[in-house]
Design a binder for this molecule. Structure first.
Ligand SMILES: O=C(CO)[C@@H](O)[C@H](O)COP(=O)(O)O
Length: 222
């Protein structure tokens, strides 16, 4: 799956920018509070408007402090998947249960240098793991290769039935990096500049999806 990140879109034309990615699997919405990360983007009122403007499932990535307080509001608003950072969450298990009870998928994100092993039990409560492949905060950064070790670890646990979740990756995904991420076992690829910086975002989505499918036989029909 490809999830274009609207962080790289024109914020003055968000409805048009959603229309430009028709056919994407999810749309990735980066909520930043200038506290957990050094950048400020948008919050719940804008997400509520985006939800009215599109049928594409909305994937909210909350780069905020105190997600224990704020995350459930995004689920109640109708976001498809709501992701919180494990580094910011006081009680990630309670958050996952609240998100699911409100009808959303629950996502947990880890920064590039956060190990995944301490959170394997917690991940049993989650539907998605978002592996950050850049330091969260800004689009257009370079892909951090070593996070693929975490992807491989989680892929093995999913494939052997120990975990049941989608592996998502975010940051620096483009035509040069997507195949390595796909080979490591990613299911869902967030791409900001590689989609919104392309002359034709729809073509860019199709090309990225084709590259990922070719790189990992799991994605090909039997
Ligand atoms: O969450 C973030 C950055 O913190 C991402 O979603 C970026 O928006 C990805 O942008 P590219 O690296 O694909 O340009």
């Amino acid at each position: 799956m490809i999830a274009p990140s609207i962080l790289s879109a024109d914020f003055a034309r968000l409805a048009d920018e959603l229309a430009a990615i028709e056919g994407s699997d999810w749309v990735h919405v980066d909520v930043m509070d200038n506290h957990f990360v050094p950048n400020l983007t948008l919050g719940l009122p804008v997400v509520q408007s985006l939800l009215k403007a599109t049928d594409i499932p909305v994937d909210c990535h909350l780069m905020i402090s105190d997600p224990d307080r704020w995350a459930v509001g995004y689920a109640e608003a109708g976001a498809y998947n709501v992701t919180v950072h494990v580094e910011a969450a006081a009680d990630p298990i309670a958050i996952a249960r609240d998100l699911r009870a409100a009808g959303a998928k629950a996502g947990l994100s880890i920064k590039p240098d956060t190990p995944v092993e301490p959170y394997l039990e917690v991940l049993r409560e989650y539907d998605t793991l978002l592996v950050m492949s850049v330091e969260p905060g800004f689009g257009g950064q370079s892909f951090i290769e070593h996070v693929l070790d975490k992807v491989r670890t989680i892929r093995r646990l999913v494939d052997t039935g120990h975990l049941n979740l989608l592996v998502e990756i975010d940051g620096g995904i483009n035509a040069t990096t997507i195949e390595r991420a796909a080979e490591a076992g990613v299911d869902c690829f967030v791409a900001g500049s590689a989609v919104y910086g392309a002359a034709d975002p729809t073509k860019a989505i199709t090309a990225l999806r084709d590259q990922a499918r070719t790189a990992n036989h799991r994605f090909l029909p039997a």
